[in-house]
Design a protein around this ligand. Sequence first.
Ligand SMILES: NC(=O)c1ccc[n+]([C@@H]2O[C@H](COP(=O)([O-])OP(=O)(O)OC[C@H]3O[C@@H](n4cnc5c(N)ncnc54)[C@H](OP(=O)(O)O)[C@@H]3O)[C@@H](O)[C@H]2O)c1
Length: 296
Amino acid sequence: MRRILVTGQGGQLATGLAESLPAQGFEALLVGQPDFEFDKPATVITAFAALKPEAVVNCAAWTAVDAAEDDEAGAFRANALGPALLAKLCAEAGIPLIQISTDYVYDGLKGAPYLESDLTNPLGAYGRTKLAGEWAALAGNPMTSILRTAWVFSPVGKNFVRTMLAVGATRPELRVVADQHGHPTAAPDLADAIAAILARIRETGWQPAYRGVFHARAEQSTHWHGFAEAIFAGAARFGGPQPRVLPIATHEYPVKAVRPADGRMDGTKLTETFGVTLPSWQAGLERVLKALHPGG
Ligand SMILES: NC(=O)c1ccc[n+]([C@@H]2O[C@H](COP(=O)([O-])OP(=O)(O)OC[C@H]3O[C@@H](n4cnc5c(N)ncnc54)[C@H](OP(=O)(O)O)[C@@H]3O)[C@@H](O)[C@H]2O)c1
């Protein structure tokens, strides 16, 4: 197993995999829009046939959580029908599919870290379509691992770290939600973890225990306010902005989609099955801040 098809080229996670996969001896075959577009299934079939992958990591997704409320059908095409087609192609080729999913499949009411066996109950369109994508990927291909991750940030793309640094540079004071808990997960760390999972599959061959849902998120959790404070504390070393960060409640920052208040997820199953544990979110933040300030 060497040739790994990575969808969502240019996105946060795919960009990370472009580095992490070669480090484990894999070849990363990156595909992105418009050459590879779930809304045009023929492009997916053509890319798959041309590249002849030996495993697939599906990072492509409709990730705009609030916009999904206005176009659930569009989000469903990307997040559910896309994985369904990929699963079919993977099953025909007899190869593994790693499908990336989200903590937003949960309602966040458990009050303790979720286990993979807990019931899902998405609160919004994004979570619903991602959950449908999980089912489609599992139903369509026996060799499917679902990795639920959370609060992804990276040196590229649209994410909370880059938004905070940009907004913090223009305002003396920011108001950030302090009553939603989760695992900020650095895309480069998640990409390393996925490469390590694929290395394990290469080493052992596909095992029945690899099929199913796994939580793949950074160790430790926080709320958005704590994350924002850590971002500015870390950025201070690079001469970054130092606004005051005021804690607010979710209802004080109205957005279209309802988010889970507590999306913490237990990561034991991933560690026990694949021997993989992600670093803490604090270590991930350090890594991303360094990447944003090369030579700093
Ligand atoms: N970001 C988060 O906070 C977060 C949290 C939990 C889980 N996840 C999951 O983690 C995975 C990776 O997320 P990410 O943060 O790397 O996402 P991202 O940076 O938003 O990248 C998503 C990629 O998907 C592509 N894409 C969107 N619609 C598509 C379609 N219809 N057909 C083909 N490609 C399409 C985008 O292409 P364009 O650039 O051309 O639009 C982009 O390359 C996704 O499955 C996401 O649901 C993300």
